[in-house]
Design a protein around this ligand. Structure first.
Ligand code: GCU
Length: 608
């Protein structure tokens, strides 16, 4: 294991009850000198104030969790060789800093690339207490505080979490309590029907009563449960549409049931027609979330949070910011990111995400949302994230959820220093490589914002027309002359869902930023880019460059003195990434070359 906390040699013992107790333990073991005094001040909540006193000691004030976050701040600063000379105050921007695990009761993880579940095996809850304490430490030290442990696709027997498995769930919640981490559960909207009720209609009084009774039982077992996460009417999951109700009806019904216990309903907005006929040109999938939710703005209960994927599709390498995150001013919103590298290299290819998140924040006012969530990249691999360098995404996500103004380079450099303790030059090299990795991956995969040229289902490796005649609404429509979909007002109208400033930025191909060009426009291969190259030449160039940059990345990365076992894992995955980059480069270039018949201006090898 080589995670950012591996320098804390003493494992967290069993039996600690509160974050304040854990803060005392961590400080006395990791920072016995100088002395640190703690004072609980509930008014500070998750926030903390650290004062450096004249005698060299420190004083931390905070709520119970605030003391823990303050303790980790001091300890990690110290591990980084930094000291607080005067005083600092810090409080998280978002109350819910959430990790969503897509773990199934059988121990598999949907879209998981780091082993099996840390919470389930053989159809039921099952965990190793020591690993849970290690995980709790990891999450808390990154400032994260809510953990949804089960897949949003709630397949049987996950429903038992609200039934027979409650006592076991209560024990897991207890294990996370000293880390200030509250559990959340994904629920099945149709669960009342398991009790013989013939409907799950949210306006039916019997259904409403069932949820109230169930909530009272669940919160009696786990009084600090954060709430329920719901995927409804999405990719085959049940929901209010079956009964002619809308999503405010569904979410508010659940919100009423959990309100007495301070619970929240996190309701996902990933709703679209996943049975689209590719011949249908009137439907454009990115428009779907807006069409289902925007008209409901202001109608959700105050303990409902709509969780919106950051882009209108599904975690592609490049997507614009979802218009819902800009347009629903009277609704509590969460932005959902994806740490697990479903479309971004399966934790084989290097892909550091914070540069992408920072781009999203260039258009998203931080106050528009009240919570930040990310689909987990964790599993029971010894290093938790499969690729040791993928842990940077978990850590920096935590920093961002605490403070969205976090600078990408500082955050990545801090993770490098904590994790590897390299020399300054090596640390700079690793930081730069990590920061460049997303741009490189983007260059050798689907071009200029078009997305979806992956192998269907598995989502690793190239397949330019794999999703072209399918039912998921994910088309590029490349023919011998042109590629892309016109999403401006003259096309599908998707761009009209945005405020004017954004519309203006993207509406004309001549001024639209290059990397979004094929997301918004259908263009001939001969289209002249701003720098004078043709569109198809730009596609060829990006792919050749992406492959070459991967070679350089590999060379530089493998020259760094990683310790074992990381060194071996990094080498083995880098070899796979090189193979993948070559496949992408050759297949995408060949695909466009065969269609367009345009030769590469520079005469490089493209296959016939
Ligand atoms: C993607 C992913 C699914 C997942 C879904 C979701 O479509 O491929 O595995 O269930 O997103 O976010 O609900």
């Amino acid at each position: 294991m080589n995670l950012w906390l591996s320098q804390l040699k003493d494992p967290v013992p069993d039996g600690l009850k509160t974050p304040a107790e854990l803060a005392r333990f961590e400080l006395s073991h990791a920072l016995p000198d100088p002395a640190v005094t703690l004072a609980e001040d509930a008014s500070l909540g998750d926030g903390y104030r650290i004062e450096a006193l004249d005698d060299g000691s420190f004083h931390i004030a905070g709520g119970s969790t605030g003391l823990l976050y303050g303790a980790y701040r001091l300890i990690l600063d110290r591990l980084c060789g930094e000291t607080i000379s005067d005083s600092v105050e810090s409080a998280p921007k978002y109350a819910l800093r959430m990790i969503d695990c897509w773990d199934n009761p059988d121990g598999t993880i949907e879209r998981g690339y780091a082993g099996r579940s840390l919470f389930f095996a053989d159809g039921k809850l099952s965990w190793d207490p020591e690993r849970i304490r290690e995980l709790g430490r990891l999450l808390a030290s990154a400032g994260l505080n809510v953990l949804c442990i089960n897949n949003v696709n709630v397949h049987f027997p996950a429903q038992l979490l609200l039934e027979d498995d409650l006592p076991s769930l209560a024990l897991l919640a207890e294990a996370f309590r000293p880390f200030g981490i509250r559990l959340m559960l994904s629920i099945d909207f149709s669960q009342p029907m398991r009790s013989g009720i013939p409907t799950a209609d949210p306006l039916d009084p019997v259904v409403r009563e069932w949820w109230k009774k169930t909530a009272s039982q669940v919160w009696a077992a786990i009084p600090d449960l954060a709430g329920f996460l719901v995927k409804a009417d999405s990719e085959g999951r049940p929901g209010p549409f079956t009964y002619g109700r809308n999503h405010a009806d569904g979410a508010n019904m659940l919100a009423e049931a959990v309100r007495p216990y301070g619970g929240v309903i996190v309701w996902r907005c990933f709703v679209y027609n996943c049975r689209q006929d590719w011949r249908d040109t009137a439907t454009d999938r990115p428009k779907a979330a807006w069409e289902h939710y925007a008209f409901l703005d202001g109608q959700f209960a105050d303990n409902v949070i709509l969780q919106v994927k950051h882009g209108p599709f599904d975690f592609q390498v490049r997507e614009p910011l979802s218009p819902l995150l800009l347009g629903m001013k009277r609704t509590n919103l969460a932005m959902e990111l994806q740490l697990t590298q479903e479309y971004t290299g399966h934790q084989i290819d290097l892909y550091t995400m914070i540069p992408m998140w920072k781009e999203l924040y260039e258009e998203l006012p931080a106050d528009n949302i009240m919570s930040l969530a990310a689909v987990s990249n964790l599993g029971n691999d010894a290093n938790y994230t499969g690729h040791p360098l993928a842990a940077v995404n978990l850590y920096t996500f935590g920093l961002l959820a605490w403070n969205p103004e976090t600078d990408a380079e500082t955050a990545v450099a801090r993770w490098c220093r904590l994790t590897y303790g390299f020399s300054p030059a090596e640390e700079k090299k690793l930081t730069d490589l990590l920061l460049s990795s997303r741009g490189i991956y983007e260059k050798y995969t689907a071009p200029l914002g078009i997305g979806w040229m992956v192998n269907p289902h598995d989502h690793y490796g190239p397949n330019p027309s794999g999703y072209e005649y399918d039912l998921w609404g994910t088309y590029h429509k490349a023919d011998r002359n042109a590629v892309g979909i016109d999403r401006t007002a003259g096309g599908t109208g998707y761009l009209s869902q945005y405020p004017e400033t954004i519309r203006k930025k993207y509406e004309k191909p001549e001024t639209c930023p290059d990397l979004y060009l094929l997301f918004y426009h259908r263009l001939p291969y001969t289209f002249r880019m701003k720098d004078g190259r043709t569109l198809v030449q730009r596609i060829y160039d990006d792919h050749f460059e992406g492959l070459e940059e991967t070679r350089v990345l590999a060379e530089k990365l493998l020259s760094l003195p990683f310790p074992e076992p990381d060194a071996g894992v990094i080498r083995e995955r880098m070899e796979k990434q090189l193979y993948n980059a070559r496949e992408w480069c050759d297949i995408i270039n060949t695909f466009f070359h065969r269609l367009s018949g345009v030769p590469d201006e520079r005469g490089r090898k493209i296959y016939d």
